[in-house]
Design a protein around this ligand. Sequence first.
Ligand SMILES: O=C(O)CCC(=O)C(=O)O
Ligand SMILES: [Fe+2]
Length: 348
Amino acid sequence: MASGRLFEDIPPFPAGLQTAPLYTIPLAGLRSGDEVTAKNTLKACQDLGFFLLDLRGDRLGDTVIEEVDQLFNVGKDLMNLPYDEKEKYLHDAPKSFLGFKPRGHAKIETSEPDRFEWFNIGQDGLLGNTAPQRLPPLIHDRHSLLTSFVEHGQSIVRTINSTLATQLGLPADAFASLQEPTKPSGTVVRIIKAFASPEAEDLRTSMIHHTDFGTITLLANVLGGLQILAPHRPPEDKSAWLWVRPQPGCLIVNLGDAMVQWTGGLLRSNVHRINFAPGDQRFSDRYSLALLVRPEREASMKRLTGPGEDGEDGDLTAWEWEVKKAMALTREPAMMQSKGGKQAATKT
Ligand SMILES: O=C(O)CCC(=O)C(=O)O
Ligand SMILES: [Fe+2]
């Protein structure tokens, strides 16, 4: 999340909304190996699969706050380029999701068009794992800021991964060794613009409910709009949607489906969506920034711990598994359900 600066000129997040009960995990505690922090992290990742990560008071964290502030401004400039400029970088879905996705290219629950744009910048091109991605000059000029954000974000992800692995009684590098940033993967930096909702007809979802495919997502929000589906409740139940209140100096962290697969369902990947922003915030365009980490393409999706049988998915590579999931979702979008969160004996 950004520093307090980006929160100064925005309408307030309204009081009285039903908000998600999120743990706040201090990055400093995670990095120093504090046992209470580690236990709370595991609990958050089992109960809801979402938590706030407080970056403040940690050297790496303070650097990331600065980078997020700068990238928010880059993201606004990018998304406010004329449409025909952005269109030059149109993604080639479903073959590749890199580049620009225009508003309305996907549907929401009601089959109406979505209300957001995104631009995905691949880690592989940034770090030189593959040929560079073609990017607008405005982004190209900020290459070192982007690579630095990816490297710092990946360092945070590594810490979360080793904390979770250790708490589950696995070798510390059990998850991290399947998602080395220097190996080709579907990992992206994503810049999102969800459009303001001034009219009554805009008061609906911007981005359809979903779970993230990957391992760990680091998300920076300033305006509200993100909602988490309360566990064990159906998406059609309006009262089951919990708002996330963005907090200065904190990132929102959530787990994706790969962590559920590797842990036989011990960890949780929870359904979430972008709704219209609450209160007077709805009159502003909403920008957000995420690092969505995926396993290495060649990583095995075999279960590393947890109950149950592997099933045939355990024989797939991460890339094959992601393609299979994407195809299933195209056929049956209603399959977007939270996964994991099984209770089982863990390290005491
Ligand atoms: O912008 C946000 O708050 C959430 C974005 C999201 O869920 C995604 O890109 O997967
Ligand atoms: Fe997401």
